[in-house]
Design a protein around this ligand. Sequence first.
Ligand code: ADP
Ligand code: MP5
Length: 262
Amino acid sequence: MKLHTALSIAGTDPSGGAGIMADLKSFQTRHVYGMAIVTSVVAQNTTGVHHVEHVSLESIERQLSDVYSDIEPQAVKTGMIALPEMMDVIYPYLNQSIPYVMDPVMIATSGDRLVSDEAVNFLKTKLIPLAAVVTPNRSEAEVLADMPISGERDIAIAAKRILSDMGPQVVVIKGGHIGTGATDYAFTKKGEARSWTSPKYDTIHTHGTGCTFSAVITAELAKGHDVMDAIGIAKEYISLAIKHNPGLGHGCGPVNHMAMKL
Ligand SMILES: Nc1ncnc2c1ncn2[C@@H]1O[C@H](COP(=O)(O)OP(=O)(O)O)[C@@H](O)[C@H]1O
Ligand SMILES: Cc1ncc(COP(=O)(O)O)c(N)n1
């Protein structure tokens, strides 16, 4: 049986809700063969981030080389890449023939900062230009577009700035932290605009929502789906995953990666 393949390059979450663990669960439940490269080992749980140890550049390079020389992924996503030197190592492996989803992870849901200022500059100038899709939340879009965002008008302006200044194919600004609904807005380089709305669930259990959303987009791109269809599937997946969250942990708990049927 042939399976499509996807790769996540990101940090870990031993409590299983975010980072690489969320990505692999998302790939698996979309029936895509998941692979993963660890950039940072993060001690975190539903209450916050408590310790971070970066993996050496040599190890990241060796992990990349072992994957790409053996099982080439059909789509790739990056999450937490804390240091610009790590991006230097990863950059040559990203090429335009394999769809690349860039989740510009900067701050965890708990409010803890996950990447350095220099890394943010590097991702703006080097990684985002290679992306098929970039998926900032509200505060990440504010950093990328260098403007405050409070409503739909600002979202459109910020998205256009990200598209014209950084050159990804598509930007999706996630609305989990904007307004009273849960609306996500996609804008393409070709000038298309689309949005998806789901009910906004009144819950604190949203740990890993961003990772999961971008991982599902990656899985669907690996299958060859069109970007807009992939975003629509990811929206349905995350909405069900939040609605049916398992209520685990003592803080902002994880979502349910098994809530959506294939
Ligand atoms: N309370 C909620 N109810 C329904 N959907 C939500 C809720 N919070 C976030 N989402 C959705 O989860 C996805 C991730 O969004 P967001 O939480 O903004 O990203 P991040 O985890 O990067 O901060 C988006 O599709 C967003 O609309
Ligand atoms: C290793 C790692 N990567 C990313 C996040 C952000 O998670 P969220 O999806 O809640 O924004 C996280 N908490 N840990």
